[in-house]
Design a protein around this ligand. Structure first.
Ligand code: ZN
Length: 256
C-alpha cells in the first residue's frame, strides 16, 4: 500500500508521529483488508455528475497508463524489479497485473493479492516520479507474496513487507539528512526510524488495528525484515546514480 504524501519525509520517530493518526479514519464500508480504498475494485461508481466524471476518469486513466508504460520502459528501478520478479518465477504482465484506477484520495497505490494486481491510483499518482515510487513499492509486495508466502491477513507478515518496501524504496540517505536531527552519526538510526514510520503509516492506513498493535508488529519483525534486501540487494537512494547502480548490479543476484 502506498499512501499519499509518502515522498514528503518528515517524521523521524514513531512516538512523535501524531500525523499518521489521521490515517486511522477509515472510509466507511468497513472492508477489513483495506479494499474499500479502491472503490472500482468493488464495482462501485465513483461519485459526481456521471457524464462529467466519466470523461475525467477516462482522461486520468489514459494519462496514468501512458505514465506506467513510460516508467516500465525507462525506469531502471522498475525494470530491475520486473526482471527480479520474472527470474524468481513470479509472473508479471503489464496488461494483466497493473491497473490504473480511481482510488480513495488518501492512497496512491496498492497491491491486490486476490487478483495479483498492482493498482496505480490515477487520481493521486499523477506524475512519473510518483508512479515509479508506487510501482516499485507494490512490486516488493508482489515479490513477497509470490516468493515469501506472504499472508496479508497476518499483521506480522504485513509489517514485514511494508518494512521491506519502505527500506528498499522510500527511505533514502538524502531524506534522512533533511529530517532535521540527523547527523552523520545517527544516519543509521534516522534511516531505521524512517522505515518504521513509513511501515507504520502503511499498516494503519489499511488495517483496523490499534497504534500499539501496529508498532508491536513492526518491532517484532524489524531486524529480520530490515536486513532482508532481496530482490534489490542494496538500499535504493533517491539519487539516480544509485538507481542505475541497483540496476547494473542486478546481474549479481542473477536477475538478468
Ligand atoms: Zn505497501
Amino acid at each position: 500500500m502506498t499512501i499519499v504524501g509518502e515522498r514528503e519525509e518528515s517524521e523521524t520517530s514513531l512516538k512523535r508521529d501524531n500525523n499518521a493518526e489521521k490515517h486511522a479514519e477509515k472510509p466507511e464500508g468497513g472492508a477489513e483488508w483495506g479494499y474499500d480504498l479502491y472503490p472500482e475494485r468493488r464495482g462501485k461508481k465513483v461519485g459526481g455528475i456521471e457524464g462529467f466524471m466519466k470523461g475525467r476518469n477516462n482522461i486520468d486513466k489514459f494519462k496514468c497508463e501512458r505514465n506506467v508504460y513510460t516508467c516500465i520502459k525507462e525506469s531502471p528501478l522498475v525494470r530491475l524489479m520486473m526482471n527480479a520478479l520474472k527470474s524468481s518465477g513470479c509472473e508479471i504482465d503489464i496488461r494483466r497485473h497493473i491497473a490504473c484506477e480511481e482510488c480513495s484520495p488518501t492512497v496512491s497505490g496498492g497491491y491486490d493479492p486476490v487478483l495479483n494486481q498492482i493498482v496505480i491510483c490515477q487520481n493521486t499518482a499523477t506524475n512519473k516520479g510518483l508512479i515509479q515510487g508506487v510501482l516499485t513499492h507494490e512490486m516488493i509486495h508482489m515479490f513477497d507474496y509470490c516468493r515469501n508466502e506472504l499472508d496479508f491477513k497476518n499483521i506480522d507478515h504485513l509489517a514485514c513487507t511494508e518494512i521491506r518496501a519502505a527500506n528498499l524504496t522510500h527511505c533514502s540517505f538524502l531524506s534522512a539528512c533533511f529530517q532535521g536531527d540527523a547527523s552523520l552519526f545517527n544516519i543509521k538510526e534516522a534511516h531505521q526510524n524512517c522505515v518504521k514510520t513509513k511501515a507504520y503509516q502503511s499498516i494503519i492506513a489499511v488495517r483496523n488495528v490499534t497504534k500499539t498493535d501496529a508498532i508491536d508488529a513492526i518491532e517484532r519483525v524489524f531486524t529480520r525484515c530490515y536486513n532482508d534486501l532481496e530482490p534489490i540487494g542494496r538500499r535504493i537512494k533517491k539519487s539516480s546514480t544509485d538507481i542505475h547502480k541497483a540496476y547494473s548490479e542486478g546481474y549479481l543476484f542473477g536477475y538478468d
